[in-house]
Design a protein around this ligand. Structure first.
Ligand code: MET
Length: 394
């Protein structure tokens, strides 16, 4: 079935589905009932793209209407030198080969922040390799200096993997370490390092970094301090459908407990220049099915994000019809993680005008947000030409 007419009701789409078990999942979704793990797996096994897509779009519009969020942000990647050897990673260099990588000083990083003085960015996103010589005090000092220079810039930084290493080296508990960094200026956590939680996959692709329980405990500790965080899932490699659902289930359970997650961000495995280059990448169809099923399963996550530097901007635009309501930020060519893994976005930068045009082209409503999803500006009625010429808007 091809959905070409947006006036076809979701009830009709469910009714037309041949598979009874899928029809019953559809009924649950429209009655706002939670779907089970078995039903999640069934959607992956049997749900056609039009079926899961229409349901996900229904949920997305129920939650957010046409609103599509983005922010104005930049990244700092302090180093790509890393103690870990994740097989899917195209970015890191071991300490023994650090001359092939980069190690920024505090001043280098402050100079990156200063480059944005007077520019209307609202967030800096800090992630990178887990460097054996950069410790908790180094990063606390960096946070303090960034906040002293620009107090209104929201600092979202360090994956649970990076934090786990920092806290262990500092011999602090998770709670102590998190409080220490929070007081130094850390406001939110990004979602990275989650990969796939199930140990039979995790040990094959990233055996030496923090396990599922450790990752979740760090996010829980952040939530307890009133901080918010995001969660990712690296998909499309050697995991099976039930591993994806198991991953989402663990996140959904923690979210029931804390409510501290903002956004779920599926991350597509890209296969260039890494130890898993023999594994083929997922198709765009499978990517869109994944977004849709994630929207249906993660019923307590307010937002679903398509990270465009990984997916390419055109596919990120397409995902707006499959449950996605956020396409991350302007980025300003400040991250190398996915370009090094072979993404078509080799220099990830989008102006606000480009971001707005991308969203408007598919008849959605572009809304700039801050890290915590406070709305900053609705661009629906602002002319693209005006955005291009006004430095405060672009
Ligand atoms: N160091 C991070 C992690 O494994 C990833 C960010 S840089 C590739 O969680």
């Amino acid at each position: 079935m091809i959905i070409t007419d947006s006036t076809i009701s979701i009830e009709k789409i469910i009714e037309a589905e041949k598979e009874k078990a899928l029809r019953s999942i559809g009924e649950k979704i429209i009655h706002k009932e939670r779907i089970t793990e078995e039903e999640g797996v069934l959607l992956f096994e049997k749900g056609s793209l039009p079926f899961v897509g229409a349901l996900a779009n229904h949920v997305r519009e129920r939650l957010h209407g046409n609103k599509t969020y983005f922010n104005r942000n930049f990244h700092i990647e302090p180093t790509n030198v890393c103690v870990f050897s994740c097989k899917f990673c195209s970015y890191s260099r071991l300490y023994a080969h650090r001359e092939e990588g980069w190690e920024l000083t505090t001043d280098d990083m402050l100079n990156i922040v200063k480059k944005y003085d007077g520019k209307p960015v609202t967030e800096v996103h800090i992630v990178g390799g887990v460097h054996p010589k950069l410790n908790l005090n180094f990063f606390a000092d960096l946070l303090q200096k960034i906040k002293a220079h620009r107090p209104d810039l929201h600092v979202k930084g360090f994956t649970a993997v990076e934090l786990d290493y920092m806290f262990r080296k500092a011999k602090m508990t998770i709670e102590e370490g998190m409080k220490f960094l929070h007081e130094a200026g850390l406001q939110s956590l990004p979602g990275g390092g989650a990969e796939i939680f199930a140990p039979e996959i995790r040990t094959q692709i990233c055996e030496d970094k923090v396990d599922a329980a450790g990752w979740l405990a760090i996010h829980e500790a952040a939530h307890k301090l009133g901080m918010h965080s995001n969660a990712t899932m690296l998909y499309g490699h050697i995991e099976k459908f039930h591993h994806r659902i198991d991953h989402m289930e663990r996140l959904r359970s923690l979210q029931d407990k804390t409510g501290g997650f903002n956004t779920f961000i599926p991350l597509k495995f890209r296969n260039k220049q890494n130890d898993m280059s023999n594994v083929p990448e997922s198709s765009v169809t499978e990517d869109m099915r994944l977004y849709a099923i994630a929207r249906l399963y993660m019923d307590n996550f307010p937002h679903l994000k398509a990270y465009w530097p990984m997916l390419g901007r055109k596919n990120a635009q397409l995902s707006l019809a499959f449950g996605v309501n956020d396409i991350d930020g302007t980025i300003d060519d400040s991250t190398k993680i996915y370009s090094m893994a072979g993404s078509e976005e080799q220099t990830p930068v989008m102006s606000t005008a480009e971001m707005v045009a991308l969203i408007k082209q598919v008849k959605r409503q572009p809304v700039e947000r801050d890290t915590l999803y406070n709305e900053i500006r609705d661009y629906s009625d602002i002319d693209l030409k005006e955005i291009e010429v006004n430095p405060l808007l672009n």
